[in-house]
Structure formats: structure tokens, C-alpha cells
Ligand binder design. Structure first.
Ligand code: HEM
Ligand SMILES: *[C@@H]1O[C@H](CO)[C@@H](O)[C@H](O)[C@H]1NC(C)=O
Ligand SMILES: *[C@@H]1O[C@H](CO)[C@@H](O)[C@H](O)[C@H]1NC(C)=O
Ligand SMILES: *[C@@H]1O[C@H](CO)[C@@H](O)[C@H](O)[C@H]1NC(C)=O
Ligand SMILES: CC(=O)N[C@H]1CO[C@H](CO)[C@@H](O)[C@@H]1O
Length: 321
């Protein structure tokens, strides 16, 4: 073979390689030809929903996290089973809501391009648009995921608000996410609410001596005790008081002041990398959090995805075809 022929052959090989990688993977604008209206439709539905109910943004972001951490980003969190043994019936789902926004987006998309756009992609787009609607960051969402057919309550093993830093790092690393992703994505707690029973141990009798969690600012603990009585199972409190409906950097300022709501938030101060990130965001003018958040969300969106011919494109997001 002459040198030029060899070059042609190796170029051809590269082209094939990239074509294959594309068809098997995710990419920005996957529906550009097959359903160019899809992203615009989702955005419209999400903006209308959040305008009516701004607190919906937070659970929509959390839904994306729960989907991706259980069985990968395959829309399994959306499925319903007649025996109530689906992922969404598990305890940590407690406050998942906003499923109607996914259904509405899907219904509107099906009208213009039936059977093309997956529910798992809609979920990823909804989470992004919800953050934009809350004045948060925007990022380019990779699409091309396909939907799973299985949802199983026993597989829900999400990071817990009682986890220490070692456990959190292990759990994220099992999903291909590093310490930076952990601290950045925890910044999602700049919006939304948490329920009293998840912090009662920090406020009352932490070590059995009638004390509170030493890693929680004592003035803040006193404030929280006023809102959360020891046996209150129902009250929800703002995770980022004052701006829980706005996506901003204040989560890091709070955690730096030992005012993170959960033990898992406070734990981010116990590792040199996550701690350094928190203080950098909390004190540096021109924080990098918004950009970092988009990068980590794209990474989270790649967890154990179904692409190519795997899985299916669900017709309705709550039931497999
Ligand atoms: C690091 C591990 C994490 C733990 C242990 C954790 C735990 C929790 C818990 C316990 C709640 C409160 C649920 C309730 O009481 O109703 C919550 C809420 C929330 N989480 Fe996380 N989370 C983690 C990571 C994430 C990630 C990665 C995101 C998204 C990027 C996220 C976004 C949210 C949002 C937006 C809410 C508020 C939901 C609402 O207002 O309904 N969390 N989280
Ligand atoms: C759900 O998952 C559990 C644990 O992995 C497994 O034992 C069980 O058979 C699964 N149930 C169904 C219906 O697939
Ligand atoms: C962190 O939590 C794990 C599991 O709950 C436990 O085994 C480990 O000892 C804890 N590590 C520290 C440093 O507390
Ligand atoms: C605090 O915990 C200790 C040890 O578990 C227990 O003996 C005591 O009754 C608890 N106090 C309250 C007020 O619950
Ligand atoms: C949204 C949703 O399905 N929530 C469920 C979470 O789990 C509890 C208890 O298992 C159910 O009662 C909720 O309906």
C-alpha cells in the first residue's frame, strides 16, 4: 500500500469509528433532524409550569438525580406499577413531584413527532429548563437516551442525608462521579425544601446527652429547633433560607458557615477537596459554580444510559410500551 492509500484507509477507519461512537452514544441535538421542535416544546411547558408554581423547579431537578442514580438515566423513576413496587414508591421519593410536567411535555412532543423522543431525555431537558426558569445556570443537554422497562423499589439505594463524606464519595464514585461532582451537584440544595425528621437527630439528643450536632452552627440549630419539634414528621423547611426558589451560590456560603441542613451537606467540609471548593465558591468574587454545575449535570446524565437499539422510546412516560 502506498502512503497515500494508507492515509485514505486510516481516515476512513476514523470516520467509521466516530460514526459508530455517535450512533452508540449521546450528543447535543440528537433530535435535530428527527424532532427539531422537541427542546422548544419542553422549554415552553416547563416555563409555564414554574411560572404558576415556582417550587416545582426543585423536585424536578431532584427527579433527574434520582433517575440517574438508580439503574442509570433511563426514566425508571417515572414508571408506575400496579403493585406499587416501583422506584417512585420507595421512601426517599417522599417528596418527588412534578411528574405532570414530564407527562405534559411528552404529550405535546408526541403530537408533532410520535415515538421519537425518550422520556429519559425529556427528564434531562426538563431539569435544565427548570434551573434556567429559576435564574440558574443553563447547559447543553446531551440527548439520545432510551427508556428502560424496569423499575424496582428494592433497587433504590440513594445517598442518604445521614451519610458521612467517605460514604458519599464512594457512592458518587460508583456512578463515575468524583469529589468535585459531589460538591458541585450538592449545590442543587440551593433550592427546595427538606423535611424535619431528616434533621431531628442533629437538633435533639445527637449523642444521647441531650445535645445537638457539633458540626451544626449552634445559633442556627436553635432556629431550626423552633421550626422542627422533636416529633414533627411533616413540616418542610427551606434548605437555603431566603432564596430557596432561586438558584444561586448561597448554598456554599451557608455550608461554609456550618449551616448546611443535612449531615451530608455538612460532611462536605470533612474532605480537603470538597472543603476547598466550598470556601472558594463562598468567598471568591465571580464564582465558577454555574459553569461547574452544567458540566457535572452532563456527566450525571451519562450514567449507565441506554442508547442505540437498547431499551425503547416509551409512548407514555409512566408505563413501558
Ligand atoms: C449528595 C447526596 C445527596 C443527598 C444525601 C441528598 C438528600 C436530599 C434530601 C434528604 C432532600 C430532602 C427531601 C425531603 O425532605 O423532601 C433533598 C432535597 C433536594 N435535593 Fe438532594 N441530595 C443529594 C444530592 C442531590 C443532587 C445531586 C441534586 C441535584 C443535582 C439534589 C437536588 C435536590 C433538590 C433540588 C432538593 C429539593 C427538593 C424539593 O424541594 O422538593 N440533591 N436532597
Ligand atoms: C427487584 O430487585 C430485587 C433486588 O435486586 C430482586 O431480588 C427482585 O427479584 C426484583 N424484583 C423484580 C420484580 O424484578
Ligand atoms: C462513614 O460511614 C460508614 C458507613 O455508614 C462507616 O462504616 C464509616 O465508619 C464512617 N466513617 C467515618 C470516618 O465516620
Ligand atoms: C437521649 O438519649 C439517651 C440515650 O439514648 C436516652 O437515654 C434519653 O432518654 C434521650 N433523651 C431524650 C430527651 O430523648
Ligand atoms: C410520588 C410518589 O409516588 N410518592 C410515593 C412515595 O412513596 C410513598 C410511600 O411508599 C407513597 O405513599 C407515595 O405515593
Amino acid at each position: 500500500m502506498t502512503a497515500s492509500k494508507r492515509l485514505v484507509v486510516s481516515c476512513l477507519f476514523l470516520v467509521l469509528l466516530f460514526a459508530e461512537a455517535n450512533s452508540m452514544g449521546l450528543k447535543v441535538g440528537f433530535y435535530g433532524k428527527t424532532c427539531p421542535q422537541a427542546e422548544g416544546i419542553v422549554k415552553k411547558v416547563v416555563f409555564a409550569a414554574i411560572k404558576k408554581a415556582p417550587t416545582l423547579g426543585a423536585p424536578l431537578l431532584r427527579m433527574n438525580f434520582h433517575d440517574c442514580f438508580v439503574r442509570g438515566c433511563d426514566g425508571s423513576v417515572l414508571l408506575e406499577l400496579s403493585n406499587n413496587q416501583a422506584e417512585k414508591n420507595a421512601v426517599p421519593n417522599l417528596s418527588l413531584r412534578g411528574f405532570g410536567v414530564i407527562d405534559d411535555s411528552k404529550a405535546a412532543i408526541e403530537k408533532v413527532c410520535p415515538g421519537v423522543v425518550s422520556c429519559s431525555d425529556i427528564l434531562a431537558l426538563v431539569a435544565r429548563d427548570a434551573m434556567v426558569a429559576l435564574e440558574g445556570p443553563s447547559w447543553e443537554v446531551e440527548t439520545g437516551r432510551r427508556d428502560g422497562r424496569v423499575s424496582n423499589i428494592s433497587e433504590v439505594n440513594l445517598p442518604s442525608p445521614f451519610d458521612n463524606i467517605t460514604k458519599l464519595i464512594t457512592e458518587f464514585s460508583a456512578k463515575g462521579l468524583d469529589e468535585k461532582d459531589l460538591v458541585v451537584l450538592s449545590g442543587g440544595h440551593t433550592i427546595g425544601m427538606g423535611h424535619c425528621p431528616l434533621i431531628a437527630n442533629r437538633l435533639y439528643n445527637f449523642t444521647g446527652k441531650g445535645d445537638s450536632d457539633p458540626s451544626l452552627d449552634s445559633e442556627y440549630a436553635a432556629k431550626l429547633r423552633k421550626k422542627c419539634k422533636p416529633t414533627d414528621f411533616t413540616t418542610a423547611i427551606e434548605m437555603d433560607p431566603g432564596s430557596f426558589k432561586t438558584f444561586d451560590e448561597s448554598y456554599f456560603t451557608l455550608v461554609a458557615k456550618r449551616r448546611g441542613l443535612f449531615q451530608s451537606d455538612a460532611a462536605l467540609l470533612d474532605n480537603s477537596k470538597t472543603r476547598a471548593y466550598i470556601f472558594k465558591q463562598a468567598t471568591t468574587y465571580g464564582s465558577t459554580f454555574f459553569t461547574d454545575f452544567g458540566v457535572s449535570m452532563v456527566k450525571m446524565g451519562r450514567i449507565e444510559v441506554l442508547t442505540g437499539h437498547a431499551g425503547e422510546i416509551r409512548k407514555m412516560c409512566r408505563i413501558p410500551n
